[in-house]
Design a protein around this ligand. Structure first.
Ligand SMILES: Cc1cc2nc3c(=O)[nH]c(=O)nc-3n(C[C@H](O)[C@H](O)[C@H](O)COP(=O)(O)O)c2cc1C
Length: 359
């Protein structure tokens, strides 16, 4: 087994190790640290305005000359929720936060605004971004044609074999196979029951079906996970939770402290925070919103409703009332610099294979 393979050649990187895009956690400094180390940093821009995207890309480019990926949320938003569902959920959120001593700003129904991948893609093209990853679905045929015309490497997220097949048929070059262990939102996009397939089961089934580079994501925290993913047929890995506590992470001090103490059973899937299934550390925000038994708004409207409330809790550095997206193995994350975490992954993976070229 070697580090160099089809994926490293395609992406122009040294190691097939990808830092997962993590909206709300990943900074330009984190992206640049990984790309400067020979991996692929990923800049998350899901839902951000084109102006913000331009500024973030500029910042990453000021810190690295190496390739990095930009990550979009490629879903078609459903219509805004009906007024009474929206008002009822907002009242419930305010009641819970006020009981906890917070006064969140109100969200106005009239102000709900969604920035689509359609506004973002031209910005990425203008910036000459070589690799685009996406989750929550995929661009339409025009979007794929645009990405192909600009020779972008197209990386789509799949949580099932059927989603991987759909991504391949649409023109994706690389499949990110996201297992149920993964922190953050499920990338699931085909109708039907939520895929709950684990990384170990998902990766070989996708690899055998699509015959194209597959990146394993979910629960990979160290060299053992990297080696296992490669054995299962993945060309590379995408790791998010491993970087949650790094110096470059936007996680607050209390959030990092919680992450330093959690065990394998402390995360769960929930729709309470954003309206989409996502894995995070179980806290009061999740348990109390779920216990209230009210229907959540769909994504991204539930997310918009909880956002000002999470912001005040975040400012107070209160980990009970914020979202702490994290994977099932996040308790193994180290509080080092991103470059040191990356260097240790490379070092210990090479140690596992002393007699071959995995060095
Ligand atoms: C805090 C956090 C935020 C995330 N945000 C995104 C995102 O913006 N876009 C995306 O494609 N995936 C996102 N993910 C999912 C990751 O891409 C990846 O699937 C996951 O981190 C892999 O599992 P692991 O956390 O066990 O390493 C996020 C994950 C976490 C932990």
């Amino acid at each position: 087994m070697e580090w160099k393979n089809e994926l490293t050649r395609l992406l122009g990187i040294t190691y097939p190790l990808i830092q997962a895009p993590m909206l709300g956690i990943t900074t330009p400094a984190m992206v640049a640290a990984i790309s400067n180390s020979g991996g692929l940093g990923s800049l998350p821009i899901g839902g951000l305005s084109p102006e913000k995207v331009i500024a973030l890309i500029r910042e990453v480019k000021s810190l690295t000359a190496n390739p990095f990926a930009v990550n979009m949320f490629t879903y078609e938003p459903e219509l805004a929720p009906d007024r009474s569902t929206f008002d009822g959920m907002q009242a419930l959120i305010h009641e819970l936060y006020q009981a906890a001593g917070f006064t969140p700003a109100a969200v106005k129904y009239e102000d709900l605004q969604v920035h689509s991948w359609r506004e973002q893609l031209p910005v990425l093209i203008a910036a000459g971004i070589p690799s685009v990853s996406f989750t929550f679905g995929m661009p339409d045929a025009d979007g794929f044609a645009l990405m192909k015309a600009h020779r972008m490497h197209i990386m789509g997220t799949a949580t099932s074999v059927a989603e991987a097949v759909a991504l391949k048929a649409a023109g994706a070059d690389i499949i990110v196979a996201q297992g149920i262990e993964a922190g953050g939102h499920r990338g699931s996009f085909l109708p039907g029951a939520l895929s709950q397939t684990g990384t170990m089961a998902l990766v070989p089934q996708i690899a055998d079906r699509v015959h194209m580079p597959v990146i394993a994501a979910g629960g990979i925290m160290d060299a053992r996970g990297i080696a296992a993913a490669r054995m299962l047929g993945a060309a590379g890995v995408q790791m998010g939770s491993a970087f949650l506590r790094c110096h470059e992470s936007l996680a607050t001090p209390a959030q990092k402290a919680v992450l330093g103490q959690i065990t394998d059973t402390d995360t769960q899937l929930t729709r309470a925070i954003s309206g989409r299934w996502a894995r995070g550390v179980r806290n009061k925000l999740i348990t109390e919103l779920e216990a209230a038994g009210e229907a959540f708004c769909s994504y991204p409207f539930q997310d918009m409703l909880t956002q000002p409330a999470r912001k005040v809790a975040r400012e107070a550095d209160n980990p009970q009332w914020i979202n702490i997206w994290a994977g099932q193995a996040a308790g193994k994350a180290q509080a080092w610099s991103a470059a040191d975490i990356f260097a240790e992954l490379v070092r210990e993976t090479a140690l596992l294979f002393p007699n071959n070229k995995f060095a």
